[in-house]
Design a protein around this ligand. Structure first.
Ligand code: RRO
Length: 311
């Protein structure tokens, strides 16, 4: 059996495959389903200061090879998620990952401060949601990103990761890598959904989700190559100074293998979990182990980052 355990942000993970913030992780019931599955951690929905209903429905739509969503950050408010960390920790052994997506700079400071008293193992800052009506994607405002991380790093006493939106230009990768280097960020999770995609149903001559006239975040197989590019580029720029988590379009153990080759230490499952349910964790972990065994790799460190280029 190949060893697919990982150490992320100083925390031991039994396997490198776990759930992404977002899909089916809003309520305690949903989080318990993840806790009881083979997901190696329990990642919770991004939270805000106040509870939110989110955007009007329909706001999620399955596509043949992925999904489009404009959920609009529906969540129970940060206080509930702090409470959940205590409940979950008393029942399950897995690491807990909290995700914070305050609507304002000051909200993030308040929430990060409060989470110091939680039982979460890791906090993922999420400035990458494309779906908050009337708000830009914070991860594209580099000054805001820099200032937020500076203040968050001052207050946060938990291991800190960041979930970034996708970037498409090498100059932007370089600018973001410089910001990340300045602050105490232990990992980058790339990528959030690709923002403001548009799906058209020709039969109904209509968009498929209600918010924002049909524009929403694209996920699933459509985005795997952009996710891989983001992981690889940050690995090239940051090496092992900052760890990487691959997210976006992983549906199989071979997909997970590709992300590790590109430099990822762990993999998060989003749309595949929405579509397949909790069996996806064990299946993808088993497929990854089988693929590694065929290749003669014993642990993910045997090949992590070793992607070949063509001379
Ligand atoms: O809730 C959402 O609409 C949402 C969030 Br916070 C996010 O980070 N990414 C996404 O695709 N949807």
């Amino acid at each position: 059996m190949a060893d697919i355990s990982a150490e992320l942000a100083g925390i031991k993970f039994e396997t490198c495959v776990f759930n992404a913030a977002g899909p089916k992780d809003v309520t305690l019931d949903e989080l318990e389903v993840i806790a009881k599955s083979s997901s190696s951690a329990i990642t919770m929905k991004s939270c805000t200061l106040e509870p939110r209903q989110g955007n009007p429905e329909p706001r999620y739509y399955d596509l043949p090879e992925g999904s489009i969503n404009s959920m609009g950050l529906p969540n129970l408010g940060y206080k509930e998620y702090i409470r959940f960390t205590h409940l979950l920790k008393s029942k399950y052994k897995k690491p807990i990952v909290a995700s914070i997506s305050g609507l304002k700079f000051e909200d993030n400071i308040t929430i990060f401060n409060a989470f110091n008293e939680s039982n979460t193992d890791i906090i993922e800052f999420n400035p990458g949601s494309p779906n908050t009506i009337g708000k830009p994607t914070m991860g594209y405002d580099f000054e805001y990103l820099d200032n937020s991380l500076r203040e968050i790093a001052k207050v946060c006493k938990k291991p800190l990761g960041i979930k970034l939106p996708p970037y498409f230009d090498f100059v932007h990768f370089e600018q973001v890598a410089e910001i990340i280097k300045r602050h105490k960020v232990l990992y980058i999770c790339s990528i959030n959904s690709i923002g403001n995609a548009l799906v058209v149903d020709p039969e109904r001559e209509s968009v498929v989700i209600k918010p924002k006239g049909g524009f929403g975040g694209l996920g699933g197989k459509y985005i795997k190559y952009t996710s891989l590019a983001n992981v690889r580029k940050f690995y090239e720029l940051l090496g092992d100074r900052v760890q990487l988590v691959g997210c976006g379009g992983v549906y199989s153990g071979t997909d997970a293998f590709e992300f590790i080759l590109a430099g990822a230490t762990a993999i998060q499952l989003g749309t595949v979990y929405m579509q397949e349910g909790p069996s996806c964790f064990k299946r993808i972990q088993n497929e990854l182990m089988a693929y590694m065994k065929n290749k003669g790799y014993e642990s993910i460190e045997d090949f992590r980052g070793q992607l070949k280029t063509i001379d």
